[in-house]
Design a binder for this molecule. Structure first.
Ligand code: DAH
Length: 340
């Protein structure tokens, strides 16, 4: 029996050397340590050993049993810590972020402007970007020889046999005519949209840009109401402390006409690069609707009058964002767009 114990110990030690994985260790346990395993069998055989030999052989079986158990526990410990190491997750690594999109800054400003006008009672209307010369010029009281009609300023679209002179609208003012023709006064409406001009591209102008047109038609409308509307809109947009001035100007479709300047947001009127040292920034054109325009829109100028205005949205967006080159809006540089 002692020989057998020595044999088993050899076998056990050899088995220990081959243990590399948790599966090997489990096989080891199945062979030596379970109820029907080799060591348990030795304990059973011990019953048949003559009683004078029992203490010595019993001691050897015990030593072997303890050794097998200790080795099993030791290897179990090692394998469990090493498998934790291989599946270790480094939680300090920066994660992979997904980028969230947002509306284009010009779009955001346009919606902000629309919301302000809606809150002071204006409806919203839209018109076509491809217009005809009548709506874009004639109906707005542009004389036949007005320089804006020149190909240098306007993108005309050649369509065979067409006598209506199709063009890309140069401003949102033609939508005024469409609104007057389709609605009965009183009319209180804004008309946002994209416009086109055959301009040389520079830091201040593009061939494609956006405007918001405004129109109010009623029985008694005064220039003071126009001023109040422009000022209350602009204070909401630029803050209560901004200042305004109205400069006399000329547009064929309004009489009298004015341009609205706001105190420069950057230097607060002192003079800087953005406002070209004047302290003022031009934000809109406006005026009282010319009787000829009312007539072209099918409205009797003896009964009704009104005011109109037009904002350049990119100009407003430049003021709001501090971007001083208009081209930045349309170069699709993600580093610029991501900021808004
Ligand atoms: N249509 C003008 C432009 O593109 C802007 C404008 C000025 C619109 C005065 C108006 C207005 O309605 O009354 O420069």
């Amino acid at each position: 029996m002692l020989d057998k114990i020595v044999e088993i110990r050899k076998d056990l030690e050899q088995s220990l050397e081959t243990i590399k994985t948790a599966k090997d260790l489990e096989e080891f346990r199945g062979k030596f340590l379970v109820k029907k395993g080799i060591i348990q069998k030795l304990f059973e055989e011990l019953k048949t050993v003559p009683s004078e030999l029992k203490p010595q052989i019993g001691k050897e079986v015990n030593i072997l049993s303890k050794f097998a158990e200790n080795e099993y526990n030791r290897l179990k410990e090692i394998l469990s810590t090493s498998s934790a190491e291989t599946s270790y997750i480094d939680t300090t690594l920066p994660g992979r972020t997904s980028y969230k999109g947002s509306f284009h800054p010009v779009r955001q400003i346009m919606e902000e402007m629309v919301e302000i006008f809606k809150s002071i009672g204006f409806d919203v209307a839209e018109g076509p970007q491809i217009e005809d010369e009548f709506h874009n010029f004639d109906a707005l009281n542009f004389q036949p020889d007005h320089p804006a009609r020149d190909m240098q300023d306007t993108f005309f679209i050649k369509t065979p046999g067409d006598t209506n002179n199709i063009l890309l609208r140069t401003h949102t003012s033609p939508v005024q005519i469409r609104v007057m023709k389709s609605q009965k006064p009183p009319i209180r409406c804004i008309m946002p949209g994209r416009t086109y001009r055959n301009e040389a591209i520079s830091s201040r102008s593009l061939a494609e840009f956006h405007q918001i047109e405004g129109l109010y038609i009623n029985k008694d409308v005064s220039f003071a109401e126009l001023k109040a509307t422009m000022i209350s809109f602009s204070k909401k947009m630029y803050g209560e402390d901004s200042e305004f001035r109205f400069r006399p100007s000329y547009f064929p479709f309004t009489e009298p006409s004015a341009e609205v300047d706001i105190s420069c947001y950057l230097c607060k009127g002192v003079g800087c690069r953005i406002c070209k040292n004047s302290g003022w920034l031009e934000i809109a054109g406006c005026g009282m609707v010319h009787p000829n325009v009312l007539l072209a829109g099918g409205i009797d100028p003896n009964e009704y009058m009104g005011y109109a205005f037009g904002f350049g949205i990119e100009r407003v967006a430049m003021l709001q964002t501090g971007i001083d080159d208009i081209r930045c809006f349309y170069e699709n540089d993600i580093r610029v767009l991501q900021q808004f």
